[in-house]
Design a protein around this ligand. Sequence first.
Ligand SMILES: [Zn+2]
Length: 486
Amino acid sequence: LTGRPRDNRLTKSYLLPRAPAFIAALFCLALSAACKPNAPAAPLAPRDGPPNILFISLDSLRADRLSCYGGPHATSPNLDKLAAEGTRFAAARAQTPWTLPSHITMMTGLESGVHAMEGGSTTLNPAAPTIAETLADRGFRTAAVACAPYLRAVWGFDHGFEWYDDRLSAPDFEKSHQSKTAALAVDAALARIDRFRGQRWFVFLHIWDVHYDYTPPRRFRKLFVDPLYRGRYDVRDWDGNGSFRPGIDPADFAYVLAQYDAGIAWVDSQLGRLFAALKQSGEWSRTAIVVTADHGEEFLEHGGKGHGHSLFDELLHVPLIVKNAGAPQTSTVDCPVGLIDIYPTLAELGGADPALDAGPGVSLAPLLRDPRNCDPDREFFFETTMGNIARPEGKSRARSLGLLKGRWKYVVRYDYPPLPMLFDLAADPGEKTNLYEVDAMTDEMRDRAWNHQWSNLRQRAARSLARDRAVDPVMVKQLKQLGYLK
Ligand SMILES: [Zn+2]
């Protein structure tokens, strides 16, 4: 199954799955403390129960650049095909707009205000529930391949995984934001799936390459660039690049978006390779696949770039595609859903109780069967504390919280003074007209948001899910390079 490893200094590690298990385990242990040797093999799972589950997170991928979500370019033929075979959720939102807390939310089913994994010097309490543990308890073999500094095992992501491979999380420290690792990650995931052959498995694959810097492999760079473009815009050092701001030359702006889109096309090509290998091996029909993103990306819609710092929909609206294994399913669901629903959905797909350790999420399995199983007025809470970590005194990265209910979205941004906002998404999907001072919905939405926040804070105190940990100076340097820390 394993594709041919590319020329990379990690190449040898990709031969591991072909070695005897005990040698592989010892070699892996020597390579990385985070790469865990296998626990004793789970009993062989019967083939007539729940399917295998492949859960894929594509970092920084906003929904509206995929062709199946109406993007302007043919960026995603393989994801389009998956959506055509499965279900495309048209209105999925992240609960927080940056990598660490958003992935912890997906893995635990808890909002960031509750799990409190907000970066810096915390790690997830081993007592916290994770989807990997839930599925392992059901007899699934479990493995993960993760490619970003904020996906490393040290944050607690390895809980419940027999094998948590984070060696691709910036193998070249100085170029972590330019390293392209999707092909190696797909190789590693396929190798692990090959080892699980004949058993039921849950594999989590995190792919980093859509994340800035927008430097796709060379053969993808001109795919979507206007042939008449004569500029020489440099997309490297994205966080430090002060020239991407309102007023930028429209041709340069289009070039940047073309590079972002090319990154999507590159990642999609690797997913195509992954899907083809699953079909060839016979695993495809026995495997449920869930593809999403931890957050979107800003391109000056509200003056900003990157992610983490606001709660506008360019950061919250993410793709969510679910292919169940064999069961009939609806093609498109317009019902509002959230990444908070990932844990209960994966649990139900795996035959576990979706209400286990219940957070506010719900299983999306009923919506896969019938889109009428929808609550259009369901309440979703959003939060980002990245501003507090990055620059507590600054105005440009203020903490924000928000709430969506039906067509209404309330956001308060703790600038000096605080900036409260209310948007009618039905009339104003771009969130340009602040109705806070004029609309009768303001009081209700503000009260709901405050109540939700206080409920989270009470749970946070009671559950104590984030634990202090020693700060790794190398990690701090790397996160500063990416702009996550100042
Ligand atoms: Zn991310």
